[in-house]
Design a protein around this ligand. Structure first.
Ligand SMILES: [Zn+2]
Length: 78
């Protein structure tokens, strides 16, 4: 299932904290049409909120984006 992702994987495994969608501008995160989405993202680890940001697609929104606070120190748990 993850085979198509292999080409995108980085050689080093760095733990990446992701922010996930907490709200959507269209009010319904479950039935988004593909295309640009305006969403609010929040990090479950540090609670950082992105505010309203545009993302290029539903896929990007559901995958999450790296938290700018939690990812400043690579391999923090080393
Ligand atoms: Zn964070």
């Amino acid at each position: 299932m993850a085979r198509t992702l292999e080409m995108f994987e980085k050689p080093r495994k760095i733990r990446e904290w992701l922010m996930h969608v907490v709200d959507c501008a269209n009010g319904n995160c479950g039935e988004l049409e593909d295309g640009e989405q305006v969403v609010a993202m929040k990090c479950a680890r540090c609670g950082h909120e992105s505010g309203w940001i545009p993302l290029p697609s539903v896929t990007a929104a559901k995958r999450g984006i790296p938290c700018p606070k939690c990812n400043t120190v690579p391999n923090a748990e080393n």
